[in-house]
Design a protein. Structure first.
Lengths: 309, 342
């Protein structure tokens, strides 16, 4: 080979292979995510924690430290204790209902039938419809005068017009209503979780159980359910965390009423901290969710790890 | 333990029949192997016997009773699956106990039976482990123990050795066979592996396209194949098939196709054989080539004992006189059925 011109060797740069180094490239790639979490989750969280131990209100924006007195105030307040109780009822009621609906829905959608794909697509709707729109529709269904539920029951002869329940005006029924709406929102997610879990079970195992003499119920409760329990628990963690902190449905449907019967932590924190301007007490209410959720989540994660198969 | 009998079983998925009229009798205590290529319907047939599929038509009798409409759990047959189907969330003990629990067997009785079954298969030291902590061979034994623990009317095995490595497969084959003889259990064993079929079966049913081609002892299947499919499916290398008498076929096993000088006595048919290639496999030598005057779709093979064959008799590229004893020739008519069957 004839060299036309000697190539001039470039001085090797120290940074020539900098992006081939795992530690450099890796840190660079992960940096946006870390920044995002720090700025949008970490900072507001720390601010909330500080507000909850300060005397900050919008009328007196002082940062003075008051210790745990805000927490003492809210715990002594009977309406807060009612709210805490409501939050548990709301969360576990709607999760339980959602899981039951999800399990049945998944079992129905597992069997082939004409139009299954369409139904599978449509079933996701409650989950993707904006919560404000859906809740307004539900509000009409629970309306004291125009409730289509009452109208149907009257038409079917179950009740008379005088007995028609005032869904959102009676404390127990109002709680039931928000639970139903939240379960309705959650159950498509539960269906997806159940479907993913059930379809992941090898057919051989189900066939083996059938041949071993297990009928429908035994197969469901001794084979399928224990096998999908870990993935179910993951779904439930999501459901619990989102429901426990949720305020949208209560805010849109009942405003916490009647007489605080449906007030939940998220709603109460918003009312006290933002609407009434008592930021420190509102923060204390919100921060109160943290230990509760922490215990629930840690317990469930431990459970999952032990169940891992 | 009971005899299993099927009468003209048909199973259609949509239009296409997966099982196309299988009638088969498996007497009490027999080890019956269903042998066929993949997709021939043998697994579907097995699933019909245990009740996981319902036949489109035909009768199934277990122990003399028609069980067409009896659900799987009441048929009393046990099945072992290709991937074993062990319950991953149960310990070995609970896996084995499961079929008993579904029958409502009392607790102490269950414990006794679990001990018995695990002793029988040598897995009593594994009872507290979970399936994922076991090796392939151990899983297979657990699956077998689970199948046996309730003393089934019949044992169905669906390619139970295909997940084991070659070495383990040989010993597992032996174990299953020994075990079956000891217990005397009616067994139906599905496989596509002719070595398993030949080595284990009391009788073999060769299945193709959802139909039985031949039922017989391994010797009958090998020496007297009923048709061309059986002749070419069983045996490795398969039987040589050449066209013959305008339309018919002539078949002979590679090990019966020998150089002329090895034909000592008796009537034999001579072929002129051109050797193309030869493979030395230690215990045998496989020689590939063509025969003069006979047409064949496949190359003709000869399986020779290396120690007794002179090198000049199989030199590649040359024509050599070869022969087959007349008693080893099999004639088939133009439809592929045996012509001179005795």
């Amino acid at each position: 080979m004839v060299a036309i011109a000697d190539s001039v060797p470039k001085p090797a740069s120290r940074f020539r292979f900098i992006f081939d180094r795992r530690d450099v490239l890796g840190s660079l790639m992960v940096a946006p995510a870390i920044l995002y979490v720090l700025l949008l989750v970490g900072v507001p969280f720390l601010m909330a924690v500080y507000y909850s131990v300060s005397a900050y209100t919008i009328y007196d924006p002082s940062w003075s430290f008051v210790g745990l007195s805000n927490f003492e105030d809210i715990i002594e307040d009977p309406s807060f204790r009612q709210t805490l109780y409501n939050t548990f009822i709301f969360t576990f009621g709607s999760q339980t209902l959602g899981l039951i609906l999800g399990k049945f829905g998944a079992l129905l959608l597992l069997r082939p039938f004409p139009g299954r794909k369409l139904v599978r697509a449509l079933i996701i709707l409650p989950w993707v419809v904006p919560v404000a729109l859906a809740t307004v529709a539900w509000q009409w269904m629970f309306d004291s005068l125009y409730s289509v539920i009452n109208w149907t029951m009257i038409a079917l002869g179950f009740i008379t017009r005088d007995e028609a329940p005032n869904w959102l005006g009676t404390p127990e029924l109002a709680m039931l209503s928000v639970i139903v709406v939240n379960a309705w929102r959650f159950f498509p997610f539960a269906i997806v979780i159940f479907l993913a879990g059930i379809t992941a079970i090898p057919q051989d195992i189900l066939d083996a159980a059938t041949v071993d003499g297990a009928g429908f119920w035994r197969r469901n409760y001794q084979i399928i359910l224990p096998m999908i329990l870990p993935i179910m628990a993951v779904g439930l963690i999501f459901g619990i965390v989102f429901t426990f902190t949720d305020l949208s449905i209560v805010f849109l449907m009942t405003q916490g009423g009647p007489i605080g019967a449906t007030s939940v932590l998220g709603f109460a924190g918003f009312q006290t901290g933002i609407v009434s301007g008592d930021v420190s007490h509102g923060a204390a209410i919100s921060v109160f969710m943290l230990p509760v959720l922490l215990i629930v989540v840690v317990a469930m994660l431990r459970f999952i790890r032990r169940r891992e198969i | 333990m009971s005899a299993v009998l099927t009468r003209d079983i048909v199973k259609k998925f949509g239009e296409a029949p997966a099982v196309n009229g299988i009638s088969l009798t498996v007497p009490d205590g027999e080890f019956m192997v269903l042998l066929g290529p993949s997709g021939c319907g043998k697994t579907t047939y097995l699933r019909i016997i245990c009740g996981l599929e319902k036949q489109t038509s035909g009768d199934l009798l277990i122990g003399g009773d028609i069980v067409n409409d009896i659900p799987p759990r009441a048929r009393g047959v046990a099945m072992m699956f290709q991937s074993y189907g062990l319950y991953p969330h149960f310990t070995v003990r609970n896996n084995i106990a499961f079929p008993l629990r579904t029958q409502g067997v009392p607790r102490d009785e269950i414990e006794k039976k679990v001990q018995w079954a695990s002793q029988l298969l040598g897995i009593n030291h594994l009872l507290d482990r979970r399936p994922r902590q076991l090796s392939g061979g151990e899983r297979q034994r657990v699956a077998l123990a689970r199948a046996l623990v309730r003393e089934p009317t019949a044992l169905l095995l669906d390619e139970p050795l295909s997940n084991l490595d070659a070495k383990l497969r040989t010993s597992a084959r032996q174990e299953i066979k020994n075990f079956q003889q000891r217990v005397g259990l009616t067994t139906i064993y599905v496989t596509h592996d002719q070595v398993e079929a030949m080595g284990m079966g009391d009788r073999i049913a060769v299945i193709d396209h959802g139909q039985i081609r031949q039922v017989g002892t391994p010797i009958e299947i090998y020496n007297d194949p009923a048709d061309l499919f059986v002749a070419t499916f069983v045996g490795s290398p398969p039987m040589n098939i050449v066209t013959h008498n305008g339309g018919g076929y002539l078949g002979f096993r590679p090990e019966n196709f020998l150089p002329k000088e090895m034909m000592n006595g008796g009537g034999f048919t001579e072929f002129s054989f051109r050797v193309d290639r030869s493979e030395y496999l230690g215990s045998e030598r496989i020689v590939y080539g063509v025969t003069d005057g006979f047409e064949s779709k496949q190359p003709i093979t000869a399986k020779l004992p290396p120690a007794h064959v002179a090198e000049q008799n199989i030199r590649p590229g040359e024509w050599h006189p070869f022969g087959v004893k007349n008693s080893a020739l099999r004639e088939f008519d133009k439809d592929g059925k045996r012509a001179n069957r005795h």
